[in-house]
Design a protein around this ligand. Sequence first.
Ligand SMILES: *[C@@H]1O[C@H](CO)[C@@H](O)[C@H](O)[C@H]1NC(C)=O
Ligand SMILES: *[C@@H]1O[C@H](CO)[C@@H](O)[C@H](O)[C@H]1NC(C)=O
Ligand SMILES: *[C@@H]1O[C@H](CO)[C@@H](O)[C@H](O)[C@H]1NC(C)=O
Length: 249
Amino acid sequence: MVLPSAILLPLYLYPTATTPWTNLYNSLSAHPNTQFDVVINPDSGPMLVGPSDKSLSDYIAAVSNLSTYPNANIYGYVHTGYGDASLQPALLSNISRYATWNTYEPANIHLDGIFFDETPNAYDASIYTNFQTATNLARSSKLSKVIFNPGTIADAEYFALADYIIMFEGAYADFDASKIAALSQAVRANSSVVIYGSTLTEADQKTFVSQLVDMGLGSFDITTTDSYATWSALWAAFTQQFSSAVGVK
Ligand SMILES: *[C@@H]1O[C@H](CO)[C@@H](O)[C@H](O)[C@H]1NC(C)=O
Ligand SMILES: *[C@@H]1O[C@H](CO)[C@@H](O)[C@H](O)[C@H]1NC(C)=O
Ligand SMILES: *[C@@H]1O[C@H](CO)[C@@H](O)[C@H](O)[C@H]1NC(C)=O
């Protein structure tokens, strides 16, 4: 059995003094052998300003904090509009902007990779070429890990560009485990699922977490909320359940 490698957390929560990422820091220290892939989204992409701009200071404080945890991989969010060619210049400029975070001197706000939202699921040669240009730019800028989010089963060609592909993003009520189970084990190992609006009790969530772990997924998230800007009511339980299901602390 191949074990899932990570908890995937879309963390679209602007970090301030009143809404810090403390829940995440707590889980990172409680489960040091669990890998967390954390997607940050300052402004549907990086902000227009560079990291030297004062308006990014909240992110600098939070991301430099997050960087102290060796079990956190940090991904920068970019919007792609399902490969909308008119967005390609902005996409490349978003990636270049994130790359500047890796060389920022005053604090360690390095990112590990890029999270491409709204990627297409169907293979298309010209869209593929645009994404290839974008992922090449990311990897050559030391943003070497790549996640694609079509939110539904994607054609296998895209695995040549992405390390992980989110094969389901949706409400718990709409999740069909049989569609994921139908993927080959090799594909599942690099597939992710993001499930929101879960109505499961803590005990039922535990059973569900074990089920997803047994499927050999690359990473996943389950949240009770419908928004990535608020914490799941069962976040701490989820990180505990995930860690014991994969056999680490
Ligand atoms: C950084 O982490 C510490 C320890 O978890 C926490 O107390 C502090 O509030 C965090 N600071 C920021 C800016 O997130
Ligand atoms: C990032 O991309 C968005 C479009 O998705 C664009 O509006 C924004 O200006 C870009 N930001 C940078 C810094 O390139
Ligand atoms: C699958 O994921 C592993 C672990 O992140 C990675 O090393 C590998 O390159 C990925 N394979 C593909 C085909 O994306």
